[in-house]
Design a protein around this ligand. Structure first.
Ligand SMILES: *Cc1c(COP(=O)(O)O)cnc(C)c1O
Length: 385
């Protein structure tokens, strides 16, 4: 991107970065490149640096350019899934004996990757409430970790962590500060601008936005780290395929308007639940009663579409989740359609009984972009069920 284009606003970058019309034909949408290999003009004479589909592909390059632009980072790398992205980063950074300090309600798969895959390679794991910086300071004091890994807002309890404060603590201890920005997306929060070193995404969620493509990404500023992770991307090969990369790029173009609507609907759903006498507790950073509300209002430009609630019992929570009709009972989140998830038995089943377990009374809603009256009517009938 030119210096001029990097000064553009978020929505303009999302639509245009990496998306210049095709030079050969003028096609406004750059073609999807399916070729696995590239003609060489004499041995080693590569056109545009492309040699083989695992090491590089123009459609993937376009997505990576777009991702770097929207997160405000120097480098972005895209992968076959969010966990593939996480694995590449962890392998690039960690060595046997290193420790990761993890937020206590991170995505269950992140906990599983660290505990059950990398644990066998000598990687150690400790869990802390990242939204409590005093607790983080104390945990760092015991033994400096190599990585601090946080999700804010967190999944599924929507805890808010002060990224600036966490980055200061982490950097003072020589740790790499990683923020999983899947829930907020760069439309609402840009962690690199608060001092984070790496942003992680499951692009499967809001970035793709239509529940039709699995993918992941890493964005960072440090050249040396980007080179190391890029080597893992090439050498391990969990890359985005061309069609997946293209679908993700198409989704990102509408991210700004989708997040606006997700945030509006999320706020309306949270307020409705908050006023309902069958609901014991609502977890949504847009509510003034949320302990992280003021911080979220400073750190984010909207509160997003994920709303969790607690009912009076595990049984009531299950019944509510199974009684919704417009909200589909399914794992995942971030698509245009509303989904409901029961974390204890679905997304977070792998952390049951651990420090990262989710209370059985909790239900997570991914509020889509449907008409708000229809969503509220569906919630009302399910609460009465
Ligand atoms: C889904 C998710 C992941 C994992 O991404 P996949 O694309 O499913 O591999 C990581 N972090 C968060 C916050 C997620 O929601």
């Amino acid at each position: 991107m030119s210096a001029q284009s990097s000064a553009r606003g978020f929505a303009s970058l999302a639509v245009h970065a990496g998306q210049e019309p095709d030079e050969a034909t003028g096609a406004v949408i750059p073609p999807v490149h399916f070729s696995t290999t590239y003609a060489q003009d004499g041995i080693g004479g590569l056109r545009g640096g492309y040699e083989y589909g695992r090491s590089g592909n123009p459609t993937r390059t376009a997505l990576q350019t777009q991702l770097a632009a929207i997160e405000g980072g120097a480098h972005a790398l895209s992968f076959a899934s969010g966990l593939a992205a996480e694995d590449a980063l962890l392998r690039a950074v960690l060595r046997p004996g290193d420790e990761v300090l993890l937020g206590n309600d991170v995505y269950g798969g992140t906990f599983r990757l660290l505990s059950r895959v990398l644990g066998d390679w000598g990687v150690k794991l400790r869990v802390v409430d990242m939204s409590d910086l005093d607790a983080v300071r104390a945990a760092i004091g015991e033994q400096a970790p190599r990585i601090l890994w946080v999700e804010t807002p967190s999944n599924p309890l929507l805890r808010i962590t002060d990224i600036t404060g966490l980055a200061e603590l982490g950097h003072a201890a020589g740790a790499l500060v990683v923020v999983d920005n899947t829930f907020a997306t760069p439309a609402l929060q840009r962690p690199l601008s608060y001092g984070a070193d790496v942003v992680v995404h499951s692009t499967t969620k809001y970035l793709g936005g239509h529940s039709d493509v699995v993918g992941g990404a890493l964005v960072m500023n440090d050249d040396e780290l980007a080179e190391k992770v890029g080597f893992i991307q090439f050498a391990v090969g969990a890359v985005s395929g061309p069609l997946d990369a293209w679908l993700t790029t198409r989704g990102i173009k509408t991210l700004a308007v989708r997040m606006q609507r997700h945030s509006e609907n999320g706020m309306a759903v949270a307020s409705f639940l908050d006023a309902h006498d069958r609901v014991a507790r609502v977890y949504y950073p847009g509510l003034e009663s949320h302990p992280g509300h003021e911080l979220a209002a400073r750190q984010m430009s909207g509160f997003g579409g994920i709303v969790s609630l607690a009912l009076e019992s595990g049984e009531a929570a299950r019944r509510f989740a199974e009684s919704l009709r417009l909200f589909t009972l399914a794992e995942s989140l971030g698509g245009v359609e509303s989904l409901v998830n029961y974390p204890d038995a679905m997304t977070h089943a792998s952390v049951r009984g651990t420090e990262a377990a989710v209370p059985v009374e909790v239900v997570r809603l991914s509020v889509g972009i449907e008409d708000i009256d229809d969503l509220l009517a569906d919630i009302e009938q399910a609460l009465e069920a």
